[in-house]
Design a protein around this ligand. Sequence first.
Ligand code: SAM
Length: 296
Amino acid sequence: MKSMDEIATPRRTKEIIARHGFSFKKSLGQNFLIDQNILHKIVDAANLDENKGALEIGPGIGALTEKLAQAAKKVTAVEIDQRLIPILREVLEPYPNIYLHHGDVLKTDLPALFKENFSDIDQVSVVANLPYYVTTPILMKLLEEKLPIDNIVVMIQKEVAERMAASPGTKDYGTLSIAVQYYSEPELVCIVPHTVFIPQPNVESAVIRLKVREKPPVEVTSEKHFFEVVHASFAQRRKTIANNLKSRFFTKENKDELEPLLIKAGIEPTRRGETLSIEEYARLSAVLLEAGIGTE
Ligand code: SAM
């Protein structure tokens, strides 16, 4: 396709929107991409080829969808806004390898969608300019459902991307960093200026790539218990790990049992939750679980 025909140019985007009388809904995180360079950067980061599949969440008017259809064998795009479906059908008409699904991705049966659309495909990437109001629930759903996904390349709020990729001991490191890094290896691809969107969001943006792990980096007996311990340890960032865990799991009567357990796990009780690595949380969860502290 010639570049003047492509969807993501300011001129063509404005023309499509005006012709369909479309108005942006802030509540659905509708900030559309109008920059060819950034679209190419996103698609390149996903490493697609003619044998691979792409799942897009929130195709908008199809700017990224078009690029994905040119780079992958098949694209499945899930869009919540019914008003965009006829627009997408029109602008994406030249691409028979795109399947549109109208619905809320958070309520969509993704394993069934994968079975229906990607059963003949070995490697699938999720590629999206995500609606920022639901970034975390969408990414956690994709990771927790353990779908056959190789990598996830998404535009998200810069601050959230930094939290996902943060290392222990930094101010950005928290429950989100641990949850994302348990399932994937995050890598910041680029920081993105406001000017590539219409309308422009009032937060900074970044593209992040999550390489989905075949198995978690640590072995845990119970994921539920592991994440319960992580959440409890960050309940109040300024408290020590011992104080946070006491408030969550212990009573006045048995609180003295905690320190020996922390020592057994190799963790100094005066440390703060934000200094512990995933490996240390796994060890701590194992010791607490063995002592019957926490769920299961
Ligand atoms: N991909 C387009 C682009 O880059 O120009 C649009 C991206 S815009 C940031 C987010 C899109 O996600 C919008 O089209 C919005 O309607 C859609 N959306 C919002 N919430 C959604 C949800 N829960 N499920 C599916 N799509 C959603």
